[in-house]
Ligand binder design. Structure first.
Ligand code: URA
Length: 238
């Protein structure tokens, strides 16, 4: 891919702006040699204003989503993309959230420009495990674990029962809930069906990939290849 297209696809500007940038001498190799528009140079060798290029596609990011950000531009309010460098919003292919978290839900959210990966994780057949930490308004009554595990629970305005889900009680008003599907507001609606109300919700794991302790709310980093394998680890179904 030529330099203009490559930089434009990474969000450094329109092709016109990138041509300008190149002509200004801002694009060099690691040795400081000014690059021309037609040059074919390895990604790792290119510098813009002395800085290494953003990672090439395919790119997957792991974000610790804070409350108050939506996953879709169709919803009102700030969108998770605002937590990333502005250049990332102009990348082609674009970065898309892998499944949605509600505006008030915090925790592990992936963003990827890899359509196949996105499909592989969110496709219902993938049964990819998602673990949520829920804080509840009222003490757990005792019947919730059996109800969620039954495979018989039908949520309001739905007809198909939920897949069995696992509840691990952590305290009077605190539990981990493991799901193998992702229906709209699923955790909140499950607890509502059990007569409770979720006051705080955090996704703590996707498959065997846990939300890293060192990643503060609002922070993100590139997902490592071995972390991808952890997402598809299957444990407690079948
Ligand atoms: N279930 C919910 O209710 N909300 C989320 O954000 C994710 C799962």
């Amino acid at each position: 891919m030529n330099l203009v297209k490559r930089l434009a696809n990474l969000g450094y500007g329109s092709r016109r702006e990138v041509r300008h940038l190149i002509r200004s001498g801002a694009v060099t190799d690691t040795a400081g040699r000014v690059l021309g528009e037609k040059e074919i140079v390895a990604h790792e060798e290119i510098r813009v204003l002395g800085e290494a290029l953003d990672p090439a596609a395919p790119l997957t990011l792991l974000l610790h989503k804070p409350a108050g950000y939506t996953c879709s531009a169709d919803d009102p309010g700030a969108i998770v993309h605002e937590l990333l460098p502005p250049r990332f919003a102009r990348r082609q292919p674009g970065l898309h959230p892998v499944g949605r978290l509600d505006k008030d839900t915090t925790g592990l959210l992936l963003l990827t420009d890899d359509g196949q990966l996105l499909h592989r994780i969110i496709h219902p057949k993938s049964r990819c495990r998602k673990v949520y930490h829920a804080t509840l308004d009222r003490p757990l009554a005792g019947h919730e674990a059996a109800l969620f595990a039954s495979g018989d629970l039908v949520l309001k305005s739905e007809t198909r029962p939920l897949l069995p889900a696992t509840l691990e009680i952590l305290g009077e008003k605190e539990a981990l809930l493991t799901l193998h599907e992702g229906r709209y507001h699923q955790v909140r609606r499950m607890f509502a069906a059990a007569g409770n109300h979720v006051v705080a919700l955090r996704r703590v794991a996707l498959g065997d990939l846990a939300l890293p302790d060192e990643l503060a709310e609002g922070d993100w980093r590139e997902l490592a290849p071995e972390e991808l394998d952890a997402i598809f680890a299957m444990r407690d179904i079948e």
